[in-house]
Unconditional design. Structure first.
Length: 385
């Protein structure tokens, strides 16, 4: 069973980071054939778009520095020559194609390192396999090349493809996630892992809401809604191929491989509320079930912060809140606090000192009134000491 692992730019940003990636890949390769999809190293795509010779030179130095750290002897010399040729090709390429070279650089290094460590490694050119807006043809091409070649690890650049006219193109910013999903769906992978720099999909962007926490499991529908409305940890188009093929998506943290992570699959969401995401002046509270009373909770949470919402609209099971951009982050924190932090107490623990007649009488009173308290307040009484 194939295992598809995708690594983002921060995960491959340096020799140290790449070494960590290689440890993860090698552990997965022990379980079966791996398809490794990688983004360009962090900052590379922006540099390629800049048309700035100084930034290009710095980018080239960063890649050569990674090679010097990871390789020695003949292996280093061969790879340096290969990268030099790629950089020369990039400089001569049409301007619109220069941006597609970042993933070629990173995957060339990763494939060479895996091969040097004894893994049978095959580098796949996604430009010849992934056809933009044509998933059936993409699947056919990927299946054919995977069946023809034998490998412990296939390495493929994310993000890049060809359009239906055969021109080199891209899948858009964040498109490497989608590339991985296409490879996973094509081969019927048993696992699709998106490795990034955060511990899965969280209840909010942790840069905006420090109290945000990891969502252990969520449905495809909830993940798609979060990703479509501002949650950048997952590229929205990634969900559809995985959902159609019924492949679980795991969003994991490269820097804490054994830490918390999110699994996205076909199961129903356990919680009524999944998370909050924001775009522009809009906040979306993503819900999974009908809950009309949430509008009042949102209104009260904002009012406590002195924020007047421009509108609070229901959209399916979710709510869309529009506020001034100047108070967006404050509003985001207030809504997150109301739905994911200030949760109502469901159980009241009672500590009783002593075990004499008075204590026994109190225990009896608690036991007799527990059902009434539960009925009136929704809270359970529990004697713990």
């Amino acid at each position: 069973m194939y295992r598809v692992l995708k690594f983002g730019g921060s995960s491959v940003a340096s020799a140290t980071a790449m070494s960590r990636v290689l440890d993860i890949v090698e552990a997965e390769a022990a379980k079966g054939c791996v398809i490794l999809v990688s983004s360009a190293i962090s900052g590379c795509t922006d540099s390629l778009l800049s048309e700035d010779d100084a930034r290009w030179a710095d980018m080239e130095r960063r890649h050569q520095s990674i090679v010097k750290r990871l390789f020695t002897g003949a292996d280093r010399e061969v790879l340096q020559q290969k990268l030099d040729a790629l950089f020369q090709e990039m400089r001569q390429a049409p301007q619109e194609e220069k941006v597609t070279f970042g993933e070629l650089f990173s995957t060339t290094i990763l494939a060479a390192k895996l091969a040097s460590e004894g893994y049978k490694t095959v580098w796949l050119d996604s430009r010849d396999l992934v056809v933009k807006d044509n998933e059936p043809l993409t699947y056919e091409r990927i299946q054919k090349v995977i069946q023809e070649k034998q490998a412990d690890v296939f390495v493929a650049p994310g993000f890049i493809c060809r359009d239906q006219a055969g021109n080199i193109s891209t899948l858009g910013r964040g498109g490497s996630d989608y590339t991985a999903a296409l490879y996973a769906a094509a081969v019927g992978a048993g696992s699709l892992q998106i490795w990034t720099d955060v511990p899965g999909i969280m209840t909010a962007n942790p840069k905006e809401v420090p109290a945000a926490r990891t969502i252990p499991r969520m449905s495809y529908a909830a993940a798609l809604e979060m990703a479509s409305h501002g949650a950048k940890v997952l590229y929205a188009p990634t969900v559809a191929p995985a959902m159609a093929a019924k492949i679980d998506i795991e969003i994991r943290n490269t820097f804490v491989p054994d830490g918390k992570f999110t699994v996205v699959n076909a199961q129903k969401d356990a919680s009524q509320w999944v998370g909050v995401a924001s775009e522009g002046e809009t906040i979306r509270l993503v819900g999974t079930r009908e809950a009309a009373e949430a509008k009042e909770t949102i209104f009260n949470a904002l009012q406590e912060e002195g924020i007047q919402a421009r509108s609070i609209q229901k959209d399916g099971n979710s709510f869309v809140i529009c506020v001034r951009k100047s108070v967006l982050e404050q509003a985001l924190k207030a809504i997150h606090r109301a739905f994911f932090q200030d949760l109502p107490v469901a159980e009241v623990n009672l500590f009783l000192c002593g075990d004499g007649a008075v204590a026994q009488a109190l225990i009896q009173m608690v036991q007799q009134s527990a059902s009434t308290v539960k009925e009136r307040t929704g809270k359970s009484l529990r004697i713990v000491g």
